[in-house]
Design a protein around this ligand. Sequence first.
Ligand code: GDP
Ligand code: MG
Length: 162
Amino acid sequence: MKISKKVILLGHFGVGKTSLVKRFVVQKFSEEYHTTIGVKVDKKEVVIGEHLLTMILWDIEGGKSQQHLPPSYFAGAHGIIYVFDLTRPATWETIEEELTYFTERLPKAYKRIIGNKRDLIDEVQLREFQERFKGSYDFLSSAKTGENVEELFLALGLDMLS
Ligand code: GDP
Ligand code: MG
């Protein structure tokens, strides 16, 4: 069966939202910094079990405050990917309040919380992080190496089919 679901990317400026979408959709990574202008919508078809799922991925404008996103960004979203940057504590310190705000707007949406840039932290930092934040995120990913990128999108896809 053919189904399509809208997924929105959320998280601070520079955490890797655009890079994760790019890695997932076209298997590429770039070190260049392109500020996303406005909203970019990408599509990716995935096969999950007997379903052909089209994930419609909405990626937010770089510098825009997340609290001032237009209602159309949220409208009809089935899934949220919230991204923070493992190398920048400021990007995860506000997760709880931000997620509360987004969940109020989208009480039925499925969520995945992602710590990105896994390639930039070493094993010791990784273990410290895992111990301290156990259970408060879903995946640690790298848009650069591709680690856990398919996994995080497919996990959300599977939820959205249920
Ligand atoms: P956005 O503002 O959340 O969309 O962030 P971008 O996707 O534009 O990424 C911001 C910067 O971080 C860019 O220079 C990317 O190349 C870099 N970046 C994104 N993801 C990763 C990652 O997993 N590892 C590394 N090393 N750099 C990353
Ligand atoms: Mg971006």
